[in-house]
Design a protein around this ligand. Structure first.
Ligand code: ADP
Ligand code: ZN
Ligand code: MG
Length: 477
């Protein structure tokens, strides 16, 4: 019998608000443990939480971007459970009345489009973090993360493969980054995903028992964990056994999953509306304002770039991955209107240097005017593309200096005097009689070798097109 997988994802995105959800502690990542805490996020008695308006605004942005139905009235609820990283003994979340319901995410995989519908988006606070030290018989608790605002995005069980799950996550990550509400860093835990997965006989409309997977902190892990789990579940069914509903942890080292706990039912959490917090009431005006201010989203940008700039889908996919990178491209094209040329340079040289430094374009010293100027210098034949790539661009990138001044300072202007170049070409031929002989016997590929010799002698400054022409004349003429 053939089986198919059914997957639903619960994604937590950590919001990039400056302060926590219900207090004014900083949300900054990476500071010493327990330096960003106060009586409110530590859950001391007698304190009252007050909701962070910015967090609600960010939730609205995402809800609008994903086409959700926004609830004008929503309620914060207490979700009770005991765990040492949860200082109050309950997490403030949303239950019966979340901020948004419905909506969907359009994914694309191998050229095929598919819409994954959402159940809901709700707001909640993050828990602290347990720090384990293998040399000690105990663990530490760091509450810096306790109370950091989160959005949970719950998909319907409409994802059919590990690859689709990754496409969904990548699409969602791109959207939250475009909106500027989450940095999407999976390793630092700012984007986390629990994956629910079950299998059923192909074509059957009855869902199988689901297992919840946790502890995957990269796209690769999500893919591997799901693939392993699907295989494990199919194996059980083929042996006539049953899948047990439980939560399982992914183990990076063995690339397998193992049981963590049985699944609790909702009533175990004893949800009830948090009496310390008033209902959240949203005005149509505020929602409309958020709508009006929404940036162009990745999917629209992609479509517009393909139409406007006549670039391939592959090129555009890379150009639009980061909003700043896409905007840099457009700024440059405004000054130097050769989209293909700008695109080529950005997807090779610019990306290479950004990746080498491990930074985003917004963190670099490169400016659109300078990239435009550099490409214009090449187009006008002032410098060769080789000089541009090897000698000018690295310095522009590193120092933020204008390409023109670098070209002048270093004396890199391209040699385009035909007389001067012909003299050098003749010298090269004189110095390589054997190669000339071979060329004349038909080894035409040696032309590249001759041109290379001229480039060497002129330190890359010779106009290669002209050198080519001169050689052809000298050798054939
Ligand atoms: P629970 O009550 O256990 O939290 P929910 O119905 O709230 O379950 O769903 C949680 C997540 O699990 C959702 O993303 C949903 O799409 C997914 N899900 C629900 N049922 C299944 C199933 N049979 N197989 C795979 N995923 C499922
Ligand atoms: Zn605090
Ligand atoms: Mg649920």
């Amino acid at each position: 019998m053939d089986y198919e997988a059914v997957i639903g994802l619960e994604v937590h995105v950590q919001l990039t608000t400056k302060t926590k959800m219900f207090c004014s502690c900083s949300t900054k990542f990476g500071n010493p443990p327990n330096t960003q805490v106060c009586p409110i996020c530590m859950g001391l008695p007698g304190v009252l939480p007050v909701i962070n308006k910015r967090a609600v605004e960010y939730a609205l942005k995402l809800a609008v971007a994903l086409g959700c139905k926004i609830n004008l009235r929503s309620v914060m609820a207490r979700k009770h459970y005991f765990y040492p990283d949860l200082p109050k003994g309950y997490q403030i979340s949303q239950y019966e009345l979340p901020i948004a319901e419905g909506g969907g995410i359009d994914i694309e995989l191998n050229g095929k489009k598919k819409r994954i519908n959402l159940v809901r988006i709700h707001m909640e606070e993050d828990a602290g973090k347990l720090v384990h030290d293998e040399k000690q018989p105990y663990s530490y608790v760091d509450f810096n993360r306790a109370g950091v605002p989160l959005l949970e995005i719950v998909s319907k069980p409409e994802i059919s493969s590990p690859e689709e799950a990754v496409a969904y996550l990548k699409t969602l990550r791109r959207i939250v980054r475009y909106l500027g509400i989450c940095d999407g860093n999976m390793e630092e835990g700012s984007l986390r995903c629990d994956a629910n997965v079950s299998v059923k006989p192909k074509g059957s409309d009855k869902f199988g028992t689901k297992v919840e997977l946790k502890n995957m902190n990269s796209f690769k892990h999500v893919e591997k964990a799901l693939a392993y789990e699907i295989k494990r579940q199919i194996g059980l069914l083929m042996e006539g056994k049953e899948v047990v509903q439980e939560t399982r942890l992914y183990n990076e080292a063995t690339q397998t999953t193992h049981p963590m706990r049985g699944k609790e039912e909702a009533h175990d959490y004893c949800y009830f509306p948090d009496p310390d917090l008033i209902e959240i009431k949203l005005s149509e005006e505020w929602i409309n304002k958020v709508k009006d201010e929404l940036p162009e989203l990745p999917a629209e940008k992609k479509k517009r770039f393909i139409e406007t700039y006549k670039l391939s889908e592959k090129e555009v996919d890379i150009l639009i991955e980061e909003r700043d990178f896409a905007e840099f491209f457009e700024e440059t094209v405004k000054i130097y209107p050769n989209a293909k040329g700008v695109c080529n340079f950005m997807l090779t040289e610019v990306l290479r240097y950004l990746n080498k430094e491990g930074i985003f374009i917004s963190e670099s010293k490169l400016k659109p005017v300078h990239l435009a100027e550099l490409l214009k210098l090449v187009e006008d034949g002032i410098i060769s593309i080789t000089i541009a790539k090897q000698q000018v661009f690295p310095e522009v990138f590193e120092t933020g200096k204008a390409p023109k001044s670098i070209v002048e300072e270093k004396g890199l202007v391209q040699e385009s005097s035909e007389d001067k170049l012909r003299a050098i070409c003749e010298e090269v031929l004189k110095d390589h009689p054997a190669e000339v002989e071979k060329y004349k016997k038909g080894k035409k590929g040696l032309l590249g070798f001759f041109v290379g010799q001229v480039m060497k002698r002129t330190k890359g400054k010779a106009n290669p097109k002209l050198v080519n022409e001169i050689f052809v004349k000298l050798l054939e003429g």
